[in-house]
Design a protein around this ligand. Structure first.
Ligand code: CMC
Length: 427
């Protein structure tokens, strides 16, 4: 039976239906609000606005819960691979062995990039940021693969093509930015091993695949694979709602992810830690700057719109750093600084009062550094990981008959009507 919330305004009342999710989350359905009252809701940043019903990812920010299709992130990080998790997100269930093998074979089949695309790469200025290049190149894929996403078979093919090629394109952009020969994928390697191979193999020094690093990369990408209605996913859904093509739509998601308040935070964290180390800043000094409201500086890698406790992804990421760095014989001073910073912040009244805890980006840069990934590629690594989430959310949105063109309203605060003044009569 539908429950209702009652809105009272200007001496009138309006019954608004309550929508309840499978985990008991509640929303007031205001779709008829403007039509029935002339009012709209006001919610900058959409912190209280549910834009869809979704069966993909569940988050509880108070309890630090994250589940993909019902499965806890901790179990996926322990047992799954990135390819299997991508299948889960996109198809709604774990694959059978046969389905997983077929997916892996198709990912390998699609792993090459049209040779003509190299011309684009070669012409970006050397100092271009890899996120700008990736966003432009994903948009350009439309010109190389103009097929439409109409049937289920086409959707599967285009999704797998994107998952495979975006990874190849990311490695390719790194090689080209260094002026090195592009390394092609190998059909006998798994998805993650192939990425490391394309990034680090050279004609003079073959790269030896380390299975611990392959596992760490799988976990890194699993942790980033989806995060419900975050900024870049909302960008993907907004652009997708205009029925823009899938490549342009993803390119918008990549652009949103680039921002330092979102995916760009992993680069910003390592830059912050490196600055503390190089300039010998004290942890107390850094914390005090982060608290100073007259200073725009924020403690990067801390705080989250949804999590008001420790981000479950950050816990897993910290554990992997503790496991992988000693194994690689890496003694990274930035890891020590990060741990000290975390300890001081978690005991500081400001961070406690504002519920500011480490998020996924706090430790992820340290893991990527240990793998040999350059700092300006960190957000590209996030983008490869987020791709299955964007694809799953984009498809769910298009398949949902309740969804419409995204088009928020506003409260206008500008001038009231006034006449046009000819230029010679202006003061
Ligand atoms: N350091 C210091 N103060 C902070 C921080 C921080 N990292 N984060 C939030 N605050 C303060 C902020 O100054 C504000 O104070 P006041 O209300 O007095 O003005 C209050 O906390 C609320 O901040 P907000 O920006 O209104 O909250 P939000 O929910 O919009 O912000 C956030 C979420 C992630 C943008 C923010 O916490 C932040 O800027 N963090 C640093 C960047 C970062 O690590 N981003 C990665 C997010 S996780 C990856 C992802 O999923 O995108």
């Amino acid at each position: 039976m539908t429950e209702y919330a009652t809105l009272t305004f200007e001496g009138k009342t309006l019954e608004l239906p309550i929508v309840t999710g499978t985990e008991g989350e509640k929303a007031i359905d205001i779709r008829m609000l403007r039509q029935k009252t002339g009012y709209i809701t006001f919610d900058p940043g959409y912190g209280n606005t549910g834009c869809c019903k979704s069966a993909i990812t569940f988050m509880n920010g108070e309890k630090g819960i994250l589940r993909y299709r019902g499965i806890p992130i901790e179990e996926l990080a322990e047992n799954s691979t990135f390819v299997e998790t991508s299948y889960l997100l996109i198809n709604g269930r774990l694959p059978t062995r046969k389905e997983l093998t077929r997916t892996s074979v198709m990912l390998n089949d699609f792993s090459l990039v049209h040779e003509d695309m190299q011309n684009f790469y070669q012409n970006f200025p050397r100092a271009s940021h890899p996120m700008g290049i990736l966003s432009a190149m994903v948009n350009a894929l439309r010109s190389f693969y103009p097929e439409l996403v109409e049937t289920d078979e086409q959707t599967e093919m285009i999704f797998l093509r994107l998952l495979s090629k975006v990874r190849t394109m990311a490695a390719m952009s790194y090689k080209i930015s260094r002026g090195h020969k592009v390394i092609y994928p190998r059909p006998d390697y798994t998805y993650c091993a192939n990425f490391l191979h394309m990034m680090f193999d050279t004609p003079v020094k073959p790269y030896v695949i380390d299975q611990d690093l392959v596992r760490a990369l799988n976990v890194f990408w699993i942790l980033h694979a989806d995060h419900e209605q975050n900024c870049s996913t909302s960008a993907v859904k907004t652009v997708g709602s205009a029925r823009a093509n899938i490549y342009a739509t993803l390119s918008a998601g990549i652009a949103a992810l680039w921002g330092p308040l979102h995916g760009g935070a992993n680069q910003a964290v390592v830059e912050m830690l490196a600055k503390i180390w190089k300039e010998g800043l004290s942890i107390e000094e850094v914390i005090s700057r982060a608290k100073d409201k007259t200073d725009p500086f924020r403690l990067m890698g801390f705080g989250h719109r949804v999590y008001k406790t420790y981000d479950p992804r950050a816990k897993i990421m910290k554990k992997i750093c503790d496991r992988v760095l000693p194994k690689l014989n890496i003694n990274d001073p930035l890891l020590d600084i990060a741990k000290k910073l975390e300890e001081v912040a978690l005991n500081d009244a400001y961070f406690i009062d504002y519920n500011l805890y480490p998020n996924v980006d706090f430790y992820s840069g340290i893991l990527l550094r240990a793998m040999g990934i350059p700092t300006n590629m960190f957000t590209v690594m996030f983008a490869i990981g987020r791709l299955p989430g964007w694809l799953a959310q984009w498809k769910e949105n298009l398949d949902d008959p309740e969804q419409k063109l995204c088009r928020p309203r506003q409260i206008y605060t500008g001038s009231n009507q006034k006449p046009y003044i000819p230029i010679d009569d202006r003061e």
